[in-house]
Design a protein around this ligand. Structure first.
Ligand SMILES: Nc1ncnc2c1ncn2[C@@H]1O[C@H](COP(=O)(O)OP(=O)(O)OP(=O)(O)O)[C@@H](O)[C@H]1O
Ligand SMILES: [Mg+2]
Length: 622
């Protein structure tokens, strides 16, 4: 029988292998930025067009490549970073596989201009589909200038899988931030379609965090720093009052490499546990430095997952370091001259951590072993560590990983309603109150009599439903009452948030927010829906954005519009705890029963419960 095994042509092998490394424009961004960092560059500029689909270009002032290396770098397994298997366990560079450029050249059109430090001429190479198109000497700056054009031009099926430009750009911004955050001493910029989105001057980590995440964090960062022989941790966590409803601003770096770890995230969340509301997420940017031989970074093609030799130890270390930092700042708030009076009065600053809490954070002998340099890896009593492990496990069971938290509560609530109150909740307008006299109880519920008995309306849920329908109508063309701001408010956003807001501007405009871009991640609010109290436009927009990001994580399958509608309805609704006048209750109930659906919120929570007279009679044994 004839032999049937063929060697795949190299370009096809590269296309297949590239799938692991290059999934979207953002993957190329990550690889090219990391190469620039490894090359010792101090200035790294990223340019993208059409969210990287048309162009991803990185220009660095690093050490450049010789003519031969410039040709070699596109070969698979060609790397200057490791030489043998032992080196793999001592990797100090971001790259080590020698795969990134081969992968990129396999699925795009690439142009490289590079010149080694001190040389007079550089090298130009054009390569596409793994085939070198041309190579010649070129006059160019020291360093490397590499462009990837038309990603997946030769793999249309993969090109079709790319998401909208807004979504791909968001991925690019995420990767850019992860690299820029890890190297605050280097200059980075990101220019998208000719517009500079980030311009990050060299500085300290604290400055970099503020440049990237926004000014809101200045004066609100708590320094974390513990050094031991086994490992060091340093970085910042946001003060508890800066915790948000979205988990966006959370970064872990191990030996300067961004990693995703639900386990380490849990360690930080635990350290914050009783200082922040349950479904909120603190900001953190934490760096762990550890002997590379104590971890394996080669477990995932994108290197974003790693294995620690001793995961439990790392968990305990991270948790105690963060607890310690929080305890210290709460007991003796550091005098920060930027700290204004209103912040001084917030709970987290003025109510110190109790002595008891501080002890529980710092009093265990395990903690002490960590704080004494030279003794960290020498944990005398093994049982101490086991106790910690037990606790961790216990907490794992009780406090499900935070991702599940909100889901779980919704689920429990659904369950509760389906079993005990299902009969009372029905979707028909004949529940409408017959009288216009209402009673508000607990500043949260409205009680009204109807034909069958009475209904209890949840005021916030009801208002959310009303607004949701009103906004939906507005998007279909029914105008919304707008007030022009007397003093247009300016909002300055973190660059990543600015990307979000820009994406939402057209819909926001229809929904009554007249917002215009003002360059440099700022916006001006010229007008807002008439219901938003004057002077609150800025705050309410920020909250909508925050809620939108929250939904963006939780409800990936919904359209941008749907998420925006729900965010706005949630944000503008009257909250539980607000006293309502008779007139306000009347309008609310009237509006509710004019809705197409009146028994649930857009997110499926019940709006009112009905208690029927005959059922009540039964309950009373009549
Ligand atoms: N911007 C750059 N400046 C100088 N040399 C570079 C640059 N980019 C790549 N190189 C050289 O090309 C080689 C191949 O790069 P490539 O990204 O494909 O692999 P790597 O960085 O070694 O490993 P990995 O696949 O893990 O990224 C590098 O080892 C480096 O020697
Ligand atoms: Mg590389």
């Amino acid at each position: 029988m004839a032999d049937i095994i063929n060697l795949l042509p190299e370009n096809i092998a590269n296309q297949i292998a590239a799938g692991e490394v290059i999934q979207r424009p953002a993957s190329a961004v990550k690889e090219l930025l990391e190469n620039a960092v490894d090359a010792g560059a101090t200035e790294i500029k990223l340019f993208v067009n059409d969210a990287g689909k048309a162009l991803v270009q990185v220009i660095d002032n690093g050490k450049g490549m010789s003519e031969t290396d410039a040709r070699m770098c596109f070969e698979r397994h060609a790397t200057s970073k490791i030489k043998n298997i032992d080196d793999l366990f001592q990797v100090k560079t971001m790259g080590f596989r020698g795969e990134a450029l081969a992968s990129i050249a396999g699925v795009a059109q690439v142009e490289l201009k590079t010149k080694k430090t001190g040389e007079s001429v550089g090298t130009f190479i054009e390569i596409e589909n793994s085939i070198v198109k041309s190579q010649c000497p070129v006059a160019t700056n020291e360093g490397t200038n590499i462009s990837m054009k038309n990603l997946f031009f030769n793999v249309p099926a993969r090109r079709n899988f790319l998401k909208s430009n807004a979504s791909e750009l968001k991925h690019i911004v995420d990767e850019f931030i992860r690299v820029a955050m890890a190297f605050p001493s280097l200059f980075f910029s990101l220019t998208s379609n000719g517009q500079e989105v980030f311009h990050l001057e060299k500085g300290s980590l604290k400055q970099r965090i503020i440049q990237i995440l926004g000014n809101n964090y200045s004066a609100k960062l708590v320094s974390v720093k513990e050094e031991t022989d086994y490992m060091n941790i340093y970085g910042f966590v946001g003060k508890p009052e800066t915790a948000k409803r979205t988990r966006g601003d959370q970064y872990f770096f191990v030996n300067n490499r961004f990693i995703k770890s639900a386990y380490l995230n849990h360690a930080v969340m635990n350290a914050f546990s009783d200082m922040i509301p349950r479904d909120s997420f603190p900001m953190y940017t934490l760096f762990i430095d550890i002997d590379p031989s104590r971890l394996d970074i080669n477990v995932h093609p994108t290197k974003q997952e790693i294995k620690f030799e001793d995961e439990k130890l790392i968990y305990a270390f991270v948790q105690s370091a963060v607890k310690h930092a929080l305890a210290q700042y709460s007991v003796t708030p550091t005098l920060d001259f930027d700290l204004d009076a209103s912040i001084q009065q917030t709970d987290a600053v003025s109510k110190p951590f109790t002595a008891e809490k501080q002890f529980s954070a710092t009093g265990t002998s395990l903690y002490n072993t960590f704080t004494q340099k030279n003794q960290a890896h020498f944990i005398e009593s093994k049982s101490d560590l086991e106790k910690w492990d037990d606790n961790i496990l216990k907490q794992n069971n009780l406090e499900h990983l935070s991702e599940n938290r909100t889901q779980k509560t919704n689920f429990e609530r659904d369950d509760f309603f389906s079993s005990s109150f299902k009969n009372h909740v029905q979707a028909v307008a004949d529940k409408k109150p017959t009288s216009t006299s209402y009673l508000q109880i607990q500043k949260s519920f409205i009680i009204a009599e109807n034909e069958n008995g009475f209904i209890v309306i949840h005021q916030q849920n009801a208002h959310e439903r009303i607004l949701y329908e009103r906004f939906t109508e507005a998007l279909k063309g029914k105008p919304i009452a707008i007030q022009r701001s007397l003093f247009p408010a300016a909002i300055e956003l973190a660059p990543a948030d600015a990307v979000f807001l820009t994406e939402l501007l057209p819909d926001l405009n229809i929904l009554g927010y007249q917002v215009e871009p003002f360059g440099n991640n700022s916006f001006v609010v010229q007008g807002s829906p008439a219901d938003v109290p004057d002077g609150n436009e800025k705050e309410s927009l920020e909250k909508i954005l925050e809620q939108y990001k929250h939904f963006n994580m939780d409800m990936r399958s919904f359209s941008k519009r749907e998420k925006l509608l729900r965010s706005m309805a949630w944000q503008q609704s009257i909250k539980a705890g607000s006293v309502l006048s008779q007139k306000e209750m009347e309008t609310l109930v009237e509006d509710l029963f004019n809705c197409n659906t009146n028994n649930t919120t857009p997110n499926g929570k019940p709006v009112f419960l009905e208690f029927k007279k005959d059922e009540l009679d039964k309950m009373f044994g009549r």
